[in-house]
Design a protein around this ligand. Structure first.
Ligand code: AMP
Length: 417
């Protein structure tokens, strides 16, 4: 056939065709199942929020806010932004709907689309999907370890092998003060030799210079957050490591790991995979003990992570998904078609997927369609069958055909044999 499309999807967005959609559905089922096994509650939130929400919480100095947000004005001149990440919306929901009244500890998860204006490449899109988990109300290192474990459980259930875990502690605002002062004095003389981004970060968020890929060599002797941790933060990190050990989770300590967002405190972690090439991060997260207060709440510790589902899909083991339907109807005349139609509707109620030809094409064309749809069974009805009160039931795998009474329960009994 020679169809052509006058339109194409927009750069950085992706179409998910039926075969791939099956994998997405299975993946989302695994995510939901696992998250619920940890007693996380699913939340959904809007596609766009006020721009200020991200500016203030994700942080003015982050790449996301500086250059990646899809921001637009509504007709009333209000600035809105397509959500680039989930945590600000979850915290806003938590505060706006008084969810703190439901108990000291709240555990949420989400599966949502995110939007960032990045240069598209493999594993990096402008519209992508994330699942994320947030625990609000617990400051314990056990919570951080449990979060890590929940993501690893999902990778394992999906048979994704080779995910590595990097962890670090970037301390609390108290210990970070001393660290940032030392870091700035170390960087002062080196600034002219560092990239443009590092120069800007020097005044806006100097800690982020540590994870600059371009200048890695030049800053290898820089002071690190781990050298300045107060006793509380040190103990918290040790407890986090112990809990991971206890769960037999292998990890690398990456002293340069700081993560891109402004709100992180203490624990930070990321999941990486070498098969992903330059976009090797599958997910990441950390503790954000200051954010709830900053957004208007009480002093409340919290921790969470997000995993990119599109990247995770790239890591799924190769497996061809075959589209199929349980039952296809083939009929010889109008009256048989009506009788079969009714049977299909009963079978659908019982959970079978069923289809038929709505155009009443020839019997040969109906059989061809049953083949194309990979029907497991075909129900055949003609005048003779109708008169005898039966249907022909053909098992397409085995090629066997049987006469069965035209009775839904009897047909189901045969289908289940
Ligand atoms: P972040 O919210 O930046 O911590 O990202 C968490 C995860 O989301 C990353 O590890 C990626 O798997 C995924 N992710 C972030 N940005 C993109 C993007 N532009 N395209 C696809 N996945 C992304």
């Amino acid at each position: 056939m020679s169809y052509k499309s006058n339109f194409k999807n927009v750069k950085g967005t992706r179409d998910i065709l039926p075969e791939e959609a099956i994998k997405w559905k299975k993946t989302e089922d695994v995510i939901r199942g696992k998250m619920e096994s940890y007693n996380f509650r699913e939340v959904k939130f809007p596609t766009f929020e006020s721009t200020d929400l991200f500016r203030k919480s994700t942080g003015e100095s982050t790449d996301i806010v500086r250059k990646e947000m899809f921001t637009f004005e509504d007709m009333g001149g209000r600035s809105l932004t397509l959500k680039p990440e989930g945590t600000p919306s979850v915290v806003r929901m938590f505060l706006q709907h008084g969810l703190f009244n439901r108990g000291a500890l709240q555990k949420f998860y989400y599966i949502e689309r995110m939007f960032r204006q990045e240069r598209p490449q493999k594993g990096r899109y402008r519209e992508f999907r994330q699942f994320g988990a947030e625990v609000i109300g617990s400051g314990s290192a056990e919570t951080d370890a449990q979060l890590v474990k929940s993501a690893l459980d999902i990778f394992e259930e999906l048979d994704i092998k080779g995910v590595e875990l990097n962890i670090n502690s970037i301390g609390c605002p108290k210990c970070r003060k001393d660290f940032v002062r030392e870091l700035k004095s170390f960087l002062k003389e080196k600034l002219t030799g560092l990239c443009e981004d590092c120069n800007r970060r020097y005044s806006e968020n100097p800690m982020r210079i540590l994870d600059c890929k371009k200048d890695r060599e030049k800053i290898k002797d820089a002071p690190l957050p781990s050298d300045f941790l107060c006793d509380g933060c040190k103990g918290h990190f040790e407890e986090f490591e112990n809990r991971l050990d206890y769960l037999k989770i292998r990890f690398n300590i990456d002293n340069h790991l700081v993560r891109g967002l402004d709100y992180y405190t203490k624990t930070v972690f990321e999941f990486i995979h070498s098969d992903l090439g330059s976009q090797n991060e599958v997910g990441g997260g950390g503790r954000y003990d200051e954010l709830i207060k900053f957004m208007g709440g009480e002093d409340t510790p919290a921790s969470g992570y997000a995993v990119g589902i599109d990247r995770m899909m790239l890591l799924l083991p190769e497996k061809e998904e075959k589209l199929s339907v349980d039952i296809y109807l083939v009929t010889f005349d109008n009256e048989s078609d009506l009788a079969g139609w009714k049977i299909l509707n009963f079978l659908r109620e019982k959970g079978f997927s069923c289809d038929k030809d709505p155009m009443r094409r020839s019997v040969k064309a109906q059989f061809r369609e049953a083949d194309r749809q990979n029907a497991k069974w075909v129900i055949i009805i003609g005048e003779d069958e109708r008169k005898r009160g039966i249907v022909q039931l053909k098992n397409m795998d085995k090629g066997e055909q049987k006469e069965v009474s035209m009775n839904v329960d009897k047909i189901i009994k045969e289908l289940k044999c």
